[in-house]
Design a protein around this ligand. Structure first.
Ligand code: ASP
Length: 330
């Protein structure tokens, strides 16, 4: 039987994969310099089972992405996904906030078509730049039938991760991603995907937030706890935000002074942690007031995305707590 030709649509947003700096150097470069039509010709041959289409959505360092750009990117993918001639998507993106965009898209895309996010740790001008291999691998992950219905994936350094769980874990190594909970779904090498796990086995209930009529997201900030951190900063946040995430110690912990201050605030406060591994569950000690919500497996940068999207629908503390619980349990 003849194999189906798959059309993969690439949406470029910038990042180091499009970066240029001093010849041969891995640091000291500017991200988001090369246009997607300069990157595509550098790809190794794809064979005759894949066709590409592509567009430049943005060309920025991912630290300059905004929630307005996130919303329009999600809308763009949702619109394009309705086109029967497109079988899957690859998004090129900076690695610094890749764990955020991957979670935002996983909560807002409505398509079962594969959406694979990739980038690179070294700019295109570096020795042994990793961008082209990551892009090449990602195209084959997006084209693989086993990627269908897997929600948003990140493909990096030969590894396929769940966009929900993946976290950037190295500032400079090529193998720069990991997860607080298992995020590796499989591997990719020489055009072949090896899936050992899948999104559905990971039991997370798929929460999906519609962006219809949404032009901006509620403001949710992150407050970092450390020894003797002053509690008055929480008043500052509360005066400006619709919700707050605490990057606490251990299992989402902080001082008695912070617990009392949080109890006095009228905004929802999600307890997450600066620790790379594990989860945070509700406790009577920390969650004394109705506005205190456990982040479970979400690190602060992902917890704030869920809280922000959830706040589009409800300001009720109990309802918000339910959304965080449902985000974990099937
Ligand atoms: N600063 C870059 C960015 O996130 C880093 C990268 O892409 O690796 O856009």
């Amino acid at each position: 039987m003849q194999k189906k030709i798959r059309n993969i649509h690439i949406i470029a947003t910038g990042g180091t994969i499009a970066g240029i700096g001093d010849a041969g150097q891995a640091s000291n470069y500017d991200a988001g310099q090369l246009a997607v039509d300069e990157l595509i010709p550098q790809l190794p041959p794809l064979g005759d089972q894949i066709t590409l289409s592509y567009e430049q959505f943005a060309n920025v360092d991912s630290n300059d992405m905004t929630t307005a750009l996130w919303i329009s990117l999600a809308r763009r993918i949702n619109d394009l996904a309705a086109d029967p001639s497109i079988d899957g998507f690859v998004i090129t993106h900076g690695t610094d906030t890749m764990d955020e965009i991957s979670y935002f898209l996983s909560l807002t895309l409505q398509t079962p078509k594969p959406v694979v996010i990739t980038g690179s740790m070294r700019p295109a001008s570096a020795t042994s730049a990793d961008g082209m291999l990551n892009l090449y691998d990602s195209i084959f992950v997006a084209a693989d039938s086993h990627s269908y219905g897997q929600n948003v994936l990140v493909c990096f350094c030969g590894t396929i991760y769940s966009g929900r769980n993946v976290i950037k874990s190295s500032t400079f190594q090529l193998n720069a991603f990991d997860g607080r909970t298992p995020s590796c779904l499989g591997y990719i090498q020489d055009r072949i995907c090896f899936y050992y796990n899948n999104y559905h086995n990971q039991v997370y209930r798929r929460l999906c937030f519609s962006l219809d009529h949404v032009s901006a997201l509620p403001r949710v900030d992150v407050a970092y706890y450390y020894t003797n951190a002053p509690a008055d900063v929480l008043d500052y946040f509360a005066s400006r935000c619709d919700g707050l995430v605490i990057c606490g110690t251990g299992a989402g912990n902080f001082s008695e002074e912070w617990i009392e201050k949080i109890s006095s605030l009228s905004i929802p406060v999600v307890r997450s942690s600066r620790v790379m591994n594990g989860m945070i569950t509700p406790t009577s000690h920390f969650d004394r007031s109705a506005n205190s919500i456990a982040a479970y497996t979400l690190p602060p940068q992902k917890a704030r995305i869920l809280l922000s999207l959830a706040l589009l629908h409800t300001r009720d503390f109990a309802e918000l707590g339910k959304i965080f619980r449902e985000n974990e349990l099937s």
